[in-house]
Design a protein around this ligand. Structure first.
Ligand SMILES: [Zn+2]
Length: 447
């Protein structure tokens, strides 16, 4: 894991993201805060290392508790939440519990838990937010071990939910516990949230907590629910998502007499090609944070039309998957789409219907020089000894829900990226490393 190029003493850490970042992240500068941090970081890492076996054992115990989302035919989060709540209480934390009513869940509730340590500035919070629920195990035949009896092999713990999101949940919990045990002074509050229902839309989890105003714009939010194998990638931006369905109605006739009918398939194809050309041409700004650096407008699903070759189809249905850079508005895209549809209806005398299948605008990207991005970058370079880079993704995480509320949020963890797979696992080394990263961030300050 040691990245010599980034961390050798003689090389200043060159941060690629921006010039400000380069200045902020130079390590080894003889600043008072740096000296203080060194001592605190040393105590903290020793604390985590001496608890390593206990952390692992706790992780195994938690993974044994089936927490498959209750909307996915599982028992839900309740037993796991009770287990976590009593552990927090046993360790002297006051626990905030938000039970959201859900008549379909066993026991009628979906639990959400929080605990925190008070800092000097009691008005600000650094939150680590992970989810307790998991997806089902899927076909048991594909598992080499029992998905609910965690198995340790080759430094990995195999179980459903080990990576998604158990590793980060346990890492953030023990980061908090380590800070508490060492009585390390904090400049602001540091806390964890363990939430319900992330795997089925967060309607009984984060969305409820946001509605109840449990987070503030001044909060710093880390969502450790996605990541990269070396922990290099800090996600600060996501694209807006629009799935559209377009239905064209013409007139079905025998293929030998095309003039009697109206070929909906031909009009649909022309329309799809028109979208393909015009949308990709108009929304063409680039953002190098993203692996695919421009917006994408892709024709994807196509519904079957007639069952035989000699009939002219009277109905055509196609779909587009649009992933749009946060600099653009999805409403503008839709306006363009609807204008084009109007034009096509007039030109071809067909009826064309537009439907949104899914629409999720992205919140504003979290700034590279925001406090939470700086804190986490510092912690990652210090503990993981890799050169962090800021990235954007084409998918969406719950990080977007916070960004939409104007709360700067980063998504980060060290994982091999095997969520939802059979034989899902967490590397024990990553569990311990990320525990240290989460505990280090609040100690490293930003000034
Ligand atoms: Zn997850």
């Amino acid at each position: 894991m040691f990245d010599e190029e980034a961390h050798g003493r003689e090389f200043p850490l060159v941060f690629t993201a921006s010039r400000e970042a380069h200045d902020i992240f130079r390590l080894g500068q003889p600043l008072g805060i740096e000296m203080v941090s060194e001592e605190l970081i040393g105590r903290m890492t020793l604390g985590v290392d001496s608890d390593a076996q206990a952390i692992q054992d706790f992780f195994v115990r938690m993974l044994r508790i089936n927490a498959v989302n209750s909307r996915m035919a599982g028992p839900g989060e309740r037993e796991r939440a009770d287990f976590l709540e009593s552990f927090l209480k046993d360790n002297g934390f006051a626990v905030t519990r938000v039970d959201v009513e859900d008549s379909e869940a066993p026991g009628g509730i979906r639990p959400n838990l929080s605990a925190k340590l008070e800092g000097k500035d009691g008005k600000r919070n650094l939150w680590y937010i992970s989810h307790m629920d998991t997806v089902p195990e899927g076909s048991r035949d594909l598992w080499k071990t029992d998905p609910f009896e965690p198995t340790i092999r080759d430094g990995k713990i195999f179980a459903r939910g080990a990576e998604d999101n158990g590793q980060s949940l346990v890492a953030s919990l023990f980061a908090l516990l380590t800070l508490k045990k060492l009585e390390i002074p904090l400049s602001y509050n540091v806390g964890v949230w363990f939430v319900a229902d992330e795997e089925f839309g967060s309607n009984y989890g984060i969305k409820q907590l946001l509605r109840r105003r449990l987070f503030k714009e001044s909060d710093l939010v880390v969502v450790p629910d996605s990541g990269s194998p070396r922990g290099t990638d800090i996600e600060i931006a996501e694209k807006s998502l629009l799935w559209m369905k377009v239905t064209t109605k013409g007139k079905q006739v025998h293929a030998s007499l095309p003039s009697k009918g109206l070929n909906a398939h031909r009009i649909g194809m022309r329309l799809a090609m028109e979208f393909d050309g015009t949308l990709n041409a108009k929304y063409r700004k680039r953002n190098k944070l993203f692996d695919y650096p421009v917006s994408s407008f892709e024709p994807t699903k196509k519904e079957a039309n007639v069952g035989n070759v000699n009939t002219i189809p009277g109905l055509d249905v196609f779909y587009f998957d649009c992933r749009v850079l946060p600099v653009y508005s999805l409403d503008d895209v839709e306006t363009d789409v609807k204008k084009t549809i109007k034009r096509f209806e007039k030109k071809y005398h067909a009826t064309i219907k537009f439907e949104e299948i899914e629409k999720e605008p992205a919140g504003p990207s979290t700034a590279e020089d925001s406090e939470v991005a700086i804190l986490l970058s510092r912690a990652v370079s210090k503990i993981s000894r890799v050169k962090p880079r800021f990235v954007g993704i084409g998918g969406q995480t719950v990080g977007n829900l916070f960004r939409k509320e104007g709360i700067p949020t980063v998504v980060w963890s060290t994982v091999d990226d095997v969520p939802h797979e059979p034989n899902e696992y967490s590397r024990i080394a990553n569990l311990i490393n990320d525990t240290k990263v989460f505990a280090a961030a609040p100690l490293l300050g930003t000034s």
